[in-house]
Design a binder for this molecule. Structure first.
Ligand code: FES
Length: 153
């Protein structure tokens, strides 16, 4: 859903109206609905949850999974935590960098966005990656781009 209105978001968040403890869930729902959390949605969530915009913003910025811009067709998360470093993630990251993807900046190229993350819970199969939520163990560039091509084609 790329077009939205305040009313459509308020309707979507209806069950959480006035629930001050539902800010995190509201942010999750908006991101599920739109693919990201636009700046204007922070005000809508604040209004719906009866909290300040600053409180919503604080939750939004605390969790790195929330995005403020629309995602690419393929969102690739590459683990940079210790177990994956021990399994060779540095060379994977270097190969991705050579192909024009900087996971530290999360740049978008060819409708693919690469991001760093800290542990995907797949430490035994490091280096670990994830493409649109689907895990990739013993990740290589070939495996990653095979998955992204299925989404971006
Ligand atoms: S450290 Fe990489 S998946 Fe856990």
């Amino acid at each position: 859903m790329s077009n939205y209105s305040e009313e459509s978001i308020l309707n979507f968040l209806g069950p959480y109206k006035g629930n001050r403890s539902a800010v995190l869930r509201s942010l999750q729902l908006v991101q599920e609905l739109l693919g990201y959390v636009p700046d204007s949605a922070l005000d809508i969530i604040a209004k719906n949850s009866n909290v300040s915009r600053a409180e919503v913003y604080g939750v939004f910025t605390f969790y790195s999974d929330f995005r403020s811009t629309p995602p690419a067709k393929a969102v690739v998360k590459v683990c940079v935590a210790e177990a994956c470093q021990a399994s060779g993630s540095a060379s994977l990251i270097s190969e991705l960098h050579d192909k024009g993807y900087d996971i530290h900046k999360g740049n978008i190229k060819d409708d693919i966005q690469m991001e760093q993350t800290f542990c995907l819970g797949n430490c035994a199969l490091g280096p670990a990656a994830m493409v649109n939520g689907a895990p990739i163990g013993r990740a290589t560039c070939a495996k990653i781009f095979a998955s992204t091509s299925a989404v971006t084609a």
